[in-house]
Design a protein around this ligand. Structure first.
Ligand code: HEM
Length: 284
């Protein structure tokens, strides 16, 4: 019988461990992000500019981040790779292009300096928010897609404006800042039936619900305006509320990243479980 020496066994074991670790490392790649500011040549922040990835060494999310009053933007859920990132104004003119490397689980910084004269007030991405069941071209300041679910957002000093759209004729929902799974999420559900939109300001008391209306939990209904539309197999829900409603069943939203959960169901029954759900963030 062939004998394998002890040293040989150690080498084989180490080699196997290295191969396994290498394999693990390949599967441990986490998404990261790109953040930064857009300023003009005088160092002044430029709000209302659209920043998006236009090409990359790997697949990238189709996220359009809009700079806030501090000129700040952030693109999340970016896999490791090298990307070309463009800045454009509300008229679609490209006014900056830079590249950035994203490493596993890290957020890289990419700042843009753009010539002042190229940014006219009219070209900024801003349009008054309207509860009309339509996503205007410049109505929202940020948007993200999770498969067939899309969320758009905007905010000012006092209010939050949200638009959600999903490929369903059933309910669609967003949950803000859960503690774990669905628990403690400040939820807003909506659906359209026979042309009429119903919305519910709810709160999930458990990890998998229930999510009763705030009013049944001793709170208040804080949706100030809303609308919805069902078209071509898609449902859109838009709503407005205060960033800080004062109701303990609503989460206060702050500038920067706010965690969300999203979901949609196949029917209008609000107690029927989702067909799709997931995690994400909105960047105010
Ligand atoms: C309509 C009633 C709902 C019911 C009965 C329900 C029930 C459940 C159940 C049983 C699970 C665990 C199984 C699974 O992962 O699919 C789950 C997970 C989840 N649900 Fe819901 N859900 C409801 C509404 C919502 C809403 C409105 C949202 C978001 C706004 C949501 C977000 C999530 C998320 C993110 C998970 C994954 C949690 C994890 O990481 O395991 N759910 N839900």
């Amino acid at each position: 019988m062939k004998r394998v020496s002890y040293a040989g066994l150690v080498v084989i074991t180490l080699l196997s461990a290295l191969i396994i670790m290498g394999g693990c490392r390949a599967t441990q790649q986490e998404t990261g992000g790109i953040e930064g500011t857009v300023t003009d040549i005088n160092g002044e922040p430029v709000a209302g500019m659209g920043v998006s990835i236009v090409s990359g060494t790997t697949g990238f999310p189709e996220i359009l981040a809009i700079t806030n009053e501090d000129g700040y933007y952030r693109i999340g859920s970016v896999p490791p790779g090298k990307f070309d990132v463009a800045v454009h104004d509300g008229e679609g003119n490209r006014i900056g292009l830079e590249s950035s490397v994203v490493r596993s689980g890290e957020v890289s910084t990419l700042n843009f300096t753009i010539p002042t004269q190229e940014v006219s007030e009219e070209a900024k991405l801003a349009e008054e928010w309207k509860a009309d069941g339509l996503f205007g071209d410049r109505e929202y300041r940020g948007e993200t897609k999770y498969g067939d679910y899309e969320i758009r957002w905007a905010s000012d000093d006092k209010y939050l404006y949200i638009g959600i759209r999903a490929k369903t004729t059933g309910w669609i929902a967003v949950g803000i800042e859960p503690s774990s799974k669905m628990k403690d999420a400040d939820m807003v559900f909506g659906f359209v039936k026979d042309g009429e939109t119903t919305i519910s300001d709810a709160f999930s008391t458990g990890a998998y619900g229930p999510h009763s209306p705030d009013t049944e939990l001793g709170g208040t209904d804080d949706i100030l305006e809303f609308s919805g539309k069902e078209e071509g197999g898609f449902t859109i829900i838009e709503f407005k509320r205060e960033l800080n409603t004062g109701d303990k069943h609503d989460k206060e939203l702050s500038n920067g990243a706010n965690r969300i959960i999203w979901a949609y169901g196949s029917t209008d029954k609000l107690t029927a479980k989702h067909t799709r759900r997931g995690y994400g963030e909105i960047m105010l």
